[in-house]
Design a protein around this ligand. Sequence first.
Ligand code: M6R
Length: 613
Amino acid sequence: MCGIVGYAGFREAYDVLLEGLKALEYRGCDSAGIAMINKEQGCLEVAKVAGMASLLEQRTRGKLSRSNLGLGHSRWATHGRPSDKNAHPHVSCCHTIALIHNGIIENYRVLRAALEKEGHRFLSQTDTEVLVHLVEKYYRGDLLEAVREATDRVEGSYAIAVVCSNEPQRIICARKDSPLIIGLGQGENFVASDFAALLPYTRRTYILEDGEFVSLSPESVEVFDRGGNKIVKEIYEVEWDIAAAEKGGYPHFMLKEIMEQPQAVRDTLRRRIDLEAGRVLLPELDLTAEEARRISKIYIIACGTSSHAGYVGKYALERLASLPVEVDPASEFRYRDPLLDQNHLAIVISQSGETADTLEALRLCKEKGIRVLAITNAIGSSAAREADRTLLTFAGPEIAVASTKAYLTQLILLYLLALYLGQLRGTVTREQGAELVRGLNGLPDQLVKILTPECLTELKEIAVALAHWDSIFYIGRNLDYATALEGSLKLKEVSYIHAEAYPAGELKHGPLALITGGMPVVALATQEKVLEKTLSNIQEIRAREGAVFLVASEEFVGIERQADWVFHIPRVHQLLTPVPAILPLQLIAYYTGLARECPVDKPRNLAKSVTVE
Ligand code: M6R
């Protein structure tokens, strides 16, 4: 969602802020702005536009004064449409204080009315603007103190960075329920909402916790708790480098990330399987066999693509660990009354580890005394810190808004978890376990077979054929239905084609009414036990002149005659087919998006990390 970057040091702040904003745009951005302290006159200079950082740069490069300290913000509109006025930074009435904010101030209406009564003039429709007026109200010569008092008055979530021209050498930052990271340099320091903005300069960071405040200058970074006591923070060294967050020769991050999947799967499996013993090792879980046997039910809670991984996890956990599993979108879970008891386990899945609904669901489970396991790609994220246990996917940074390699590595962890629980609970035999471990280990090589130039060309041709349709169905049974859900979401996101996933057996209960001449249906057939049923459903579509694009396991011989076009995925264990099966669907979405000239890496209206409800 919104992105924060701040700089205090010896470089031109303008360059650092603009580069940072560009690096953060992948999170979703509809307006951008900067505020800098003018070096000579010590006053504030602010520039904002409705649009991306490149537009801000076009309008401002060479037109602002020199500065070594400032803030930059990329906004993703929640309160108030994208406009110059609603863009951050927001500035106090006396034009001395500028503030940028990620999150939502829930009591902003009440605060705004009160501040307006006291004479503060508001220029925007945003919730954020109350914060800068509150800081102005409480400012008595100490910006840190004013920020502390202001944040005492607000309800909601925030990561903020504030500057004041009366204190031209420091930036004050604070966080609650929205991520904020400090980058540590030599004679320079940084603040950002995301590592991507820091990596060109430093890998040494502090990850801020809720309730922490920071006073940052070129020479020092001081962290305080709400009571004003100094905190000694541990340095977190980021392992990946800037190259991992760049396109590396690919035209788009999405394609790069699709191509990285064999490696991402290898990295996620590393040290977690013992091929010789045919066993899974998850020491991070710190779980005894007795504790595993006591679990009586699992809730999987997540949003979007991560929840689709959850559906695959449900099949694997039910089959291998013999446990009942419910999968809920986090936005639904948190507002229903689940019947939780102490022997239940909640698994939250989140690539970013910062999705607002998922975090609230996590907190709800903890409040009710349920143990929470987080599956996330972001070490140090809120999900990782707040859950009782964390399993990390090692997908590396995922920049494209449409999730690909994070999804695949989530599947891998869910398989590992299901097998591990099965081992501990005695619900998988030694032979079954060993067969699956071999199957998991062989997946990267099977994925490579789908990512050849020949396969890519074939999928591109299909995408061109699909690109002029307005609506497409995705169907499958069992695990293939879970894959259909994810395939259709990918297509929606990156090509803007309406796509809907259905359990194949549900077609004749309604959607079949929509099948007319040439209407495309993407079908999946990887599950032997429902193969004949799926093939019947396909014939029902073709009998109504629908065009079927089938993704099927290569061992199903003769299946070519059953569809208008067939893409074969390499043979893998029946339970693991969602791993190779999603690759052609990701590539179809990517190439369809390209054929329709869509901005595949940054689809309109979407954000990479949805940190507001
Ligand atoms: O970071 P998370 O996994 O919690 O994000 C959840 C969803 O916002 C995310 O998966 C979204 O659906 C993606 N854009 C899908 O490609």
